[in-house]
Design a protein around this ligand. Structure first.
Ligand SMILES: CSC[C@H]1O[C@H](OP(=O)(O)O)[C@H](O)[C@@H]1O
Ligand SMILES: Nc1ncnc2[nH]cnc12
Length: 260
């Protein structure tokens, strides 16, 4: 049986599928951010959910990440592609480029980041939080599409919803981190707890305030505009990545719950 690919649409991505069927779903963890849309892309079954809700009514710290992942998993998805708008911390990581993040640093606080709150306790490994096989395929896809992309990247995940101070931004840059997100944690760790293969596709929407001494402060409006202007590229990349996901993965993501 062909795999169902789950997609979590981040800022600027509120629809993905033409002629989708909408499902109002509930989970043991409460309601997900939106209805779940199902349909096909390139003959592959896809389940799509918006991270912030269809009208972007949920701030990063109020998102029910557990419900979103659970709903996709419950629909049959064992692979999830997460799309993100990210700020760049480096002059050579430019707005308008994709980054296939391979690591994250968690600077969030107070978010529920596990399905296992007892009596069952598990400790999954997130040493390599994103699926290596999906990332390798994504690199091939980006090359084939002729896209501007970075094959690796460390995202520092801030609590938001505010942007960083210049001092924070310079500090993150000095640490050698590449991009800023507000949502890659706990989403990625929760996908691992469900033993799902997870690929993050980040699109750089801005240069953060500390990248250069004269950098302009980030404005949310600029992020929305950049994401809207590049909808076509982002959707095309996601469609190609969905089609490229392996039916039978050879990675170890699906073993995440053995030996925990
Ligand atoms: C207006 S930028 C802030 C918003 O955009 C990003 O969203 P997502 O990660 O869902 O693509 C960022 O993390 C913030 O939530
Ligand atoms: N500069 C930034 N900081 C944090 N999250 C972001 N998402 C998009 N741009 C961002």
């Amino acid at each position: 049986m062909s795999t169902i690919v789950g997609v979590i649409g981040g800022s600027g991505l509120y629809e993905l599928l033409d002629g989708a069927v909408e499902h109002a779903v509930t989970t043991p963890y409460g309601a997900p951010s939106s209805t779940l849309s199902t349909g096909q892309i390139g003959g592959r079954d896809v389940a799509f959910i918006t991270r912030h809700g269809r009208a972007h009514e949920l701030a990063p710290h109020t998102i029910n990440y557990r419900a979103n992942l659970w709903a996709l998993h419950d629909m049959g998805a064992r692979t999830v592609i997460t799309s993100s708008a990210v700020g760049s911390l480096k002059p050579d990581v430019q707005p308008g480029e994709f980054v296939l993040c391979d690591q994250f640093i968690d600077r969030t606080s107070g978010r529920i980041d596990t399905f296992y709150e007892g009596p069952k306790v598990v400790h999954v490994s997130v040493a390599d939080p994103y699926c290596p096989e999906l990332r390798a395929r994504a690199t091939e896809v980006m090359k084939r599409l002729g896209e501007r992309y970075h094959p690796t990247g460390t995202a520092v995940v801030i609590q938001g919803p505010r942007f960083s101070t210049r001092a924070e931004s310079r500090w993150f840059q000095q640490m050698g981190w590449d991009v800023l997100s507000m949502t890659q944690h706990p989403e990625t760790a929760l996908a691992r707890e469900l033993a799902m293969c997870c690929l993050n596709v980040s699109f750089v929407s801005d240069h953060d305030a500390g990248v250069t001494d004269d950098a302009e402060p980030v404005r949310a409006g600029d992020v929305w505009r950049r994401m809207a202007e590049n909808q076509g590229r982002i959707r095309a990349a996601l469609a190609a990545l969905i089609v490229a996901a392996p039916d039978i993965p050879t990675c170890r993501c699906r073993d995440a719950l053995s030996d925990v």
